[in-house]
Design a protein around this ligand. Structure first.
Ligand SMILES: NC(=O)c1ccc[n+]([C@@H]2O[C@H](COP(=O)([O-])OP(=O)(O)OC[C@H]3O[C@@H](n4cnc5c(N)ncnc54)[C@H](OP(=O)(O)O)[C@@H]3O)[C@@H](O)[C@H]2O)c1
Length: 255
């Protein structure tokens, strides 16, 4: 708020500047809810995914606050040009959230399925982190948040490639955070580690402590606002993650 004195009158002018964010994987689930929350909190948000119709539905809720970019993360060469275009349309960049992910479960060692999962969860993930970090380093501010999973704690026999990729994400984000800290860069890196969240990805699996997507998104938004380094949603998953880490392998074998 700025006060301007003019002919003995006091005029209040609202000069709050909208922050700019990109949510990668905003067509459904956590990314979609998070994009909505960011908009409610005065962000202008670039939303990306493949399902353009769903992105357009979100856009229609508040056309002044969204920029749409529909592209496939498995086409590695199109990622950076699309992100650059969205950033240009937004008029800057303060925050990047990577919510896109693919489970890639295969019980009969179908390499095509594993490869597709790695393309999204490892190659595209790294490409976006690398792109965002270089921008934030150059402009001397910015916040990168990546959504990993408690699955990253250990290797489960039914979801080997997903768990391995989620462990990669946790370690890659830690490396970026350490890089920023070592060079004293004012760049924040947040690692988000959800347990189960009620989304398409969770599917019909019978699991426990499932967070409604709105709750998970709110906890993630709050952690971003507070510039936290690592968060678990629900918070109690932190202890499960720790237990997974120290469980003897015999227990992991049957999980
Ligand atoms: N739900 C859970 O229980 C749970 C638990 C732990 C971690 N997570 C993590 O949370 C993140 C969000 O998942 P979610 O639960 O919200 O599931 P979701 O609703 O399936 O969201 C996944 C998002 O990724 C996008 N995506 C997938 N493949 C893509 C591709 N090739 N190109 C572009 N975008 C692509 C999807 O968009 P399009 O299909 O439109 O392209 C969608 O917007 C994921 O990283 C997931 O691993 C979820």
């Amino acid at each position: 708020m700025l006060l301007i004195f003019s002919h003995f009158e006091v005029i209040y002018v609202n000069i709050s500047v909208m922050k700019k964010a990109i949510v990668v994987g905003a067509s459904s689930g956590i990314g979609r809810e998070l994009a909505r929350l960011l908009v409610k909190n005065d962000y202008k948000v670039g939303i990306t995914a493949r399902r353009e119709n769903l992105l357009n539905e979100l856009y229609a809720e508040n056309p002044d606050s969204y920029v749409v970019g529909a592209f496939d993360l498995s086409e590695i060469d199109v990622i950076v040009p699309n992100l650059n275009r969205i950033t240009e349309e937004l008029g800057g960049l303060d925050l990047v959230v990577i919510s896109a992910g693919l489970s890639g479960q295969t019980l009969d060692f179908d390499f095509k399925v594993e490869f597709e999962s790695l393309q999204i969860n490892v190659m595209a993930f790294t490409c976006i982190c690398n792109w965002a970090f270089r921008i934030f380093r150059e402009q001397n501010h910015g916040h990168l948040a990546g959504i990993s999973s408690v699955a990253g704690a250990r290797g489960w026999r039914n979801s080997k490639v997903y768990n391995a990729a989620k462990a990669y994400q946790i370690n890659y984000l830690e490396g970026l955070r350490n890089h920023a800290a070592y060079l004293k860069l004012p760049v924040t890196v947040t690692t988000i580690i959800p347990g189960y969240v009620e989304t398409r990805m969770k599917g019909n699996n019978y699991v426990f402590w499932v967070a409604p997507v709105e709750v998970a998104a709110r906890q993630i938004y709050n952690s971003i606002r507070k510039k936290r380094k690592i968060i678990y949603t629900y918070r109690r998953w932190r202890f499960i993650y720790f237990l997974f880490k120290i469980f003897p392998n015999k227990l992991i074998e049957i999980s």
